[in-house]
Write a protein that binds this ligand. Structure first.
Ligand SMILES: Cc1cc2nc3c(=O)[nH]c(=O)nc-3n(C[C@H](O)[C@H](O)[C@H](O)COP(=O)(O)OP(=O)(O)OC[C@H]3O[C@@H](n4cnc5c(N)ncnc54)[C@H](O)[C@@H]3O)c2cc1C
Length: 352
């Protein structure tokens, strides 16, 4: 194992993976310390990048910047890893109220939105879906197979001695004048990409963490066919192939650092799913993860005020798939070239 590196990264979820990618892209040496866990946000996530969201059908924050950047970046990663992890599905919204239909019709005529809305129609499609008054088809989004992508990246790191499978303990970190040392490895910087587990990080206790636990199912439904579309009703239904679908998710704010599936949330998911499909299914897997969200609902990025050799890349919340590539590149440029961070994500501007 190496004795020296430029950057130690703790955590190999979406944050740590993308930060590692952009650091090594500019020639830095970087090693990830990670304890693999199935029940963390990145592995549980459906990897959806949806351009239009929320009750008010607005474009997601920085959508016009993040989405094109994500498209290029995930393609680069696919090329590096020699795999296919990205699809470009239609997001089909199940519209059950006149208000929602009006909202979509308004949006389809609004500048900046119209190119995302493919069509609004009442034509039944697929098999096993509950009827809807209308359907709205949104294009331009992505769906990332995050678990497989992270697994492939981990293999890539392992093959080049850039990955250590281990639980990082804060007491093992030693501060040097111009860097850090951890278990005999010296680095110029250490960046924490621990997701919700950062709540225990003694260096960043003042940050406004607001974690949110989420449960999801993987179901097997052989009589269901969404024609490869992602269905958005009371929850998301994401086709995974071989009659399997991702179903989620729920939200429970203020949950701790490690999540387990919750039977009460299973009932919520079943109720929501019943409003979307009307065919039998079996639950293949019920999992949960904690979204590392912040009070400001923005990423939390930057270097420690006293110890500039320590940094954090966190707060990806509900949108890690789109936020991680863009802000990992920005954080790398900040550390390497002094480029300013976006003020909304800079931890220097945040209060608890
Ligand atoms: C149910 C659900 C659905 C979601 N759906 C979407 C979606 O469709 N689209 C989207 O964009 N986002 C979605 N998200 C949010 C997204 O998953 C997160 O924003 C993102 O995964 C956070 O990534 P992260 O790397 O910051 O944290 P994590 O995924 O939590 O990764 C942190 C990693 O660090 C490791 N780690 C932590 N501490 C240590 C330590 N001390 N030592 C060693 N290793 C450590 C953990 O084991 C883990 O591997 C969803 C989240 C949930 C829960």
């Amino acid at each position: 194992m190496k004795k020296q590196t430029d950057i130690l990264i703790v955590g190999q979820g979406l944050a740590g993976t993308w930060l590692h990618y952009f650091c090594t892209k500019v020639g830095l040496d970087a090693v990830i310390i990670n304890q693999h866990h199935e029940q963390v946000a990145s592995h549980i996530s459906s990897g959806i990048i949806n351009p239009i969201t929320g009750r008010h059908l607005v474009k997601t924050w920085l959508c016009d910047t993040l989405l094109p950047f994500a498209k290029v970046s995930y393609k680069e990663l696919e090329q590096l890893l020699g795999g296919s992890f990205v699809t470009r599905p239609l997001f089909t919204w199940q519209l059950q109220s006149s208000a929602k239909i009006n909202q979509f019709e308004g949006r389809s005529a609004t500048e900046g939105y119209s190119h995302f809305i493919d069509r609004i129609h009442d034509t039944p499609f697929g098999k096993g879906l509950q009827p809807a008054k209308m359907w709205a088809e949104v294009k331009g989004g992505l769906q990332i197979n995050v678990a497989d992508l992270l697994f492939a990246y981990r293999n890539h790191l392992t093959a080049s001695e850039q990955y250590i499978e281990q639980a990082f303990q804060y007491q093992d970190l030693r501060m040097l004048e111009d860097g850090v040392e951890w278990k005999g490895i010296q680095a110029k910087k250490i960046i924490f990409c621990e997701g919700a587990q950062a709540l225990d990080n003694p260096y960043f206790q003042q940050l406004p963490f607001r974690p949110g636990k989420g449960d999801r199912f993987i179901i097997h439904a052989p009589e269901l066919d969404t024609e490869t579309k992602i269905i958005k009703g009371n929850c998301f239904l994401v086709p995974l192939g071989e009659d399997r679908y991702w179903v989620g998710s729920t939200l429970e704010q203020g949950q701790g650092t490690l999540a387990g599936p919750d039977p009460a949330h299973a009932e919520i998911l079943k109720e929501r799913l019943a409003t979307i499909i009307n065919v039998p299914y079996t639950i293949v897997h019920h999992g949960a993860g904690i979204r590392p969200a912040s009070k400001y609902r923005r990423p939390m990025i930057g270097l420690h005020t006293e110890h500039q050799q320590i940094g954090i890349f966190n707060g990806l919340g509900t949108k890690g798939a789109s936020l991680a590539p863009y802000f990992a590149a920005q954080f790398m440029a900040h550390m390497q070239f002094g480029t300013p961070l976006h003020p909304a994500v800079n931890i220097a501007n945040m209060t608890p």
